[in-house]
Design a protein around this ligand. Sequence first.
Ligand SMILES: *Cc1c(COP(=O)(O)O)cnc(C)c1O
Length: 413
Amino acid sequence: MTKLGFTTRQVHADRLLNNPEHGGVHTSTSNSVLFEFKDAQGIIDAFQGKRAAHVYSRSSSPSVTALQAMLTELEDAEGALCFATGMAAISSSLFALLTAGDHLIVSQYLFGNTRSFFETLKDFGVHITYTDVTDVEHVKNAYQPNTKGVYTETVANPVTQVADLSAIGQFCEENGLLFMVDNTMTPPPLFSAKNVKASLVFTSLTKYIAGHGNVLGGAVIDTGLFNWKNFDNIKSGYQVDDVAQWGLTQIKKKGLRDLGATLSPQSASAIALGMETLNLRMSRSQYNAMQLATFLDNHDKVAKVFYPGLADHPQHFIAREHLTGGYGAILSFDLIDGADPVAFLNALKLVICATHLGDNRTLALPVAPTIYFENTAQERNNMGISDTMLRLSVGIEDTADLIADFETALASL
Ligand SMILES: *Cc1c(COP(=O)(O)O)cnc(C)c1O
């Protein structure tokens, strides 16, 4: 299917990849937890990995497998595994792959809950060095003999720092390190993780991929670029014939099966439906984000706007090189001193005050007292988050309606 355009492939992916029953265009939602084997040898072979089959839906089910095929195609990857949430994908995968004494180099600009999870990993004996990933030199300086990998987001939230993606990918390749990229903010076709040599892609399906704020999900996607023979934590039982499958095999057993944060079949169906329009929604959101960023940047009640599409953004050139499909739809801004962010949010009529991002609707949030409330002022400062910063996740509304809402709310200050 690779010669067709992105949207065409998404619209036809379920039908072409999964061949739904009865000529349907959607894989049906399959609720069975258990699967019958007419011949008992079948279940023995399935348990022993000699035959691919669903045995119990905590580990695999038809609807989730269909979504995994679509995600694999989306990233042009080796394979994918879905989980109940984005956090479940991240935490289950890292618990499955790491062991006490390992060292990871981690972006200091991280989604708050991911950051909190890395603190938990420390309690389990994994060493973490947080570093400024906008320049590969900081990553190189953090390298140690026990370093197993580098973990970063493409565009961080809320301050929109862009990681030095291709340079870090190159460094990881040269040193046999696992390069883990959270691509939630910049799903395909905006950005291709393979182009920067990512090994594993993490994505919260809850955000742009599902897109409608009605379902939770997450995935880890193996791009196929990493040589798992370089990773000495893969248990001998999971060193299957195809080396490219070693990582996902261990994540499936130790992460999905044992930790059990399985995506439900109903959720898988809802996510697959949302994914069909990913590119259309994303293009429109990005267009609106650029318009709003420009509007806010020129407004005298706004002190500073953080959006990679603006020419004065510190990583604008990295973004231009790698975010080939646009600059995403997350932006943050600071009002001028003395303007009350809470009063401003309350004056917005159309824009919804809510956490979450990647939705069809435009959402706004005061970040320091909400998602970063558990962090110290020093930690927030290191992440570039001011006490009054507002984050926007720009949706697909008509541009003029959005600008009008902001204009009125700013005028009321
Ligand atoms: C939301 C988000 C997650 C977690 O996803 P959930 O589906 O909410 O668990 C992880 N990473 C990033 C960058 C996110 O925005």
